[in-house]
Design a protein around this ligand. Structure first.
Ligand SMILES: Cc1cc2nc3c(=O)[nH]c(=O)nc-3n(C[C@H](O)[C@H](O)[C@H](O)COP(=O)(O)O)c2cc1C
Length: 322
């Protein structure tokens, strides 16, 4: 039967949409594109610009138990190929999150993943217990990798550099909740696969990577660092090849799904991550340049599958032709 140009049957639409579905732990995402933590203002700012419900899921900015002021300004500077930030987990704490942010998040029709961080194990566990009681919270992303804060439980710069600390913390969080757990790792380690393996062993349902790379910039006129905190974390196109390598390494080490991010600006970048082993992707820095980027990425992935007659995005995961 000939179809009118520009008209799709209900069947074709359902099939096209099913082609993009992915699972991460207990989460069922209608497509593999997720908003990355800290880059879309809890979906509140971005909500006026795009229809968030078209995305696979959203990760909130990292919250901590108590309010944190974050680092001194300037906290974000542009580089020729990305952003350098030292926000330092500025947030108003759990109580404020529950009263002010949850009512907005409850209205979303897509899974809400809450990113959490703590100065101590007890702080992580308290956040886990409280967030597990909130209906719209479907998963926790455990931020083990913020380069701008120091955790008391480890001698390392951040938790994700210490595999024993990663194992201990994920194990305790696992015992505290039945929510889907995603361990967010840092690229600033010697062997990221080994760290991911510990998170898997401890009960994490997925691994997300990468957080930013530590970096700094200097103003030659003032002879001062460009960031108030001196150092910060680099994101955006500059880190994409490095992030892809991390995703490939982790994909080849663990059995749980990998969520890839780091410099994904368009659909081709997303496909590169998926071929390298990512079951889903997160988009961060791209939102600052083009808030429609995540939606354009979904469209691009859909067309890529269509053109190549690939039935499901799942069949592309890790299918790099080596
Ligand atoms: C301004 C800014 C704030 C961020 N805040 C957080 C955060 O609160 N928690 C977190 O886990 N990652 C945070 N990130 C890291 C991103 O979620 C992501 O891991 C990283 O930027 C790499 O992806 P991208 O290159 O697509 O931005 C932040 C990144 C930026 C640029």
């Amino acid at each position: 039967m000939e179809m009118k140009k520009g008209h799709m049957t209900h069947d074709t639409r359902t099939r096209d949409n099913a082609a993009l579905e992915v699972s991460i732990g207990k989460l069922r995402l209608k497509n593999p594109v997720i908003l990355a933590s800290g880059t879309a203002g809890f979906g509140k700012e971005i909500k006026d610009l795009i229809d968030i419900n078209k995305l696979g899921a959203i990760v909130t900015k990292t919250i901590t138990l108590n309010k944190r002021e974050g680092n001194p300004p300037p906290r974000i500077v542009e580089t020729p190929s990305g952003l350098l930030n030292s926000i330092g987990l500025d947030n108003d704490g759990l109580k404020d999150f529950c009263f002010k942010k949850v009512p907005h998040l409850e209205r979303l029709k897509i899974p809400v993943i809450v990113s959490i961080a703590g100065d101590s194990t007890e702080e992580f566990l308290k956040l886990t217990r409280e967030l597990s009681k909130i209906k719209c919270v479907k998963a926790l992303e455990i931020n083990l990798s913020c380069p701008n804060v120091i955790h008391k439980g480890t001698k390392c710069r951040f938790l994700a550099q210490d595999k024993i600390a990663v194992r201990k913390i994920i194990k305790k969080i696992r015992k505290t909740t039945s929510l889907t757990l995603i361990a967010k790792l840092s690229p600033n380690v010697t062997d990221i696969g080994a760290i991911a393996k510990e998170a898997q062993k401890a009960g994490s349902d997925a691994i997300s990577l990468i957080n930013t790379y530590p970096g700094m910039l200097v103003d030659t006129d003032t002879m001062k660092p460009k960031l108030g905190n001196i150092t910060g974390g680099l994101s955006g196109p500059a880190i994409k090849p490095l992030a892809l390598k991390c995703v490939w390494d982790v994909y080849n080490t663990v059995k749980i799904p990998v969520i890839g991010m780091g410099g994904i600006m368009d659909w081709r970048d997303a496909i590169e991550f998926i071929l390298s082993g990512a079951s889903a992707v997160q988009v961060g820095t791209a939102n600052f340049i083009n808030p429609r980027a995540p939606l354009e990425i979904i469209k691009g992935i859909k067309e890529y599958l269509g053109k190549r007659k690939i039935k499901s995005i799942k069949s592309l995961v890790g299918k790099l032709r080596t």
